[in-house]
Design a protein around this ligand. Structure first.
Ligand code: ADP
Ligand code: ADP
Ligand code: ZN
Length: 213
């Protein structure tokens, strides 16, 4: 099963994608996580990506597309995957579509996690991330067992640089301009499914699993 997660930054794509990955035993592929791992390891790609990410801008398609296509070509993606944070532009969606068409494949579901802008800024300021294992928490809604420490790997949790309110406003603007058009793109392909992302995380997941079967 090949699934795409759509939605504003902070809508809960990552949270749901991890649960989907576990339930359906497919890899969770997050371009944001791949970029952050590269930044952490000081790679050339990381340096280039960071300049855009810190401003709340998208990393250019040329850099992003290659990373994603390499990742989904790996053997563990053979039976499907859940893409979180890709595609984020129409050109990215078109490249993915062409690559899949060549393999006689296609996306099964594009799950649109809908959350109004008003809720987003609050969610982001409460988000805490583990840069080691990629786990995400929320100080009020989804707190770790021990404050500031990752349940999964014991590392310290951080507020991401790009989750500061000024940057979040930029990211929302970029979302509406460049990413939201994908909703029409995948509606046109007949695979778009929308869920109400303002519900508690378990309820959102229930709605998603009833769609995916
Ligand atoms: P969030 O989960 O909050 O939406 P991500 O972790 O998906 O954030 O992405 C963080 C940042 O990484 C984005 O703001 C953007 O700068 C960059 N990024 C991630 N995926 C893409 C992509 N597909 N195209 C361009 N930039 C991306
Ligand atoms: P995205 O990947 O779309 O940027 P995340 O999955 O990282 O979003 O979620 C953003 C923030 O909101 C995180 O702090 C996360 O713990 C929290 N969150 C996720 N889902 C919910 C939910 N259904 N209700 C409340 N908070 C949530
Ligand atoms: Zn961790």
């Amino acid at each position: 099963m090949k699934i795409i997660m759509l939605g504003a930054p902070g809508a809960g794509k990552g949270t749901q994608a991890k649960m989907i990955a576990e339930r359906y035993q497919i890899p969770h592929v997050s371009t944001g996580d791949i970029f952050r791992a590269n930044i952490k390891n000081g790679t050339e790609l990381g340096k280039q990506a960071k300049e855009y990410m810190d401003k709340g801008l998208l990393v250019p398609d040329e850099l992003t597309v290659k990373i994603l296509l390499d990742r989904v070509a790996q053997p563990d993606c053979k039976n499907g995957y859940v893409l979180d944070g890709f595609p984020r532009t129409i050109p990215q969606a078109e490249v993915l579509d062409e690559a899949l068409t060549k393999l006689n494949e296609s996306i099964d579901y594009a799950v649109n996690v809908e959350v109004p802008d008003e809720n987003i800024v609050k969610r982001m300021s409460g988000r805490r991330a583990c840069l080691k294992c990629g786990a995400t928490y929320h100080i009020e809604h989804i707190p770790p067992k021990q404050e500031g420490i990752c349940d999964t790997c014991g590392s310290e949790l951080v507020l991401r640089d790009d989750d500061k309110p000024e940057t979040v406003q930029n990211r929302l603007k970029v979302y509406h301009e460049q990413t939201q058009p994908l909703i029409d793109f995948y509606t046109g392909k007949g695979v778009l499914k929308t869920v109400d992302g303002t519900q508690p995380m378990e309820k959102v997941f229930e709605d998603i699993t009833s769609i995916l079967g």
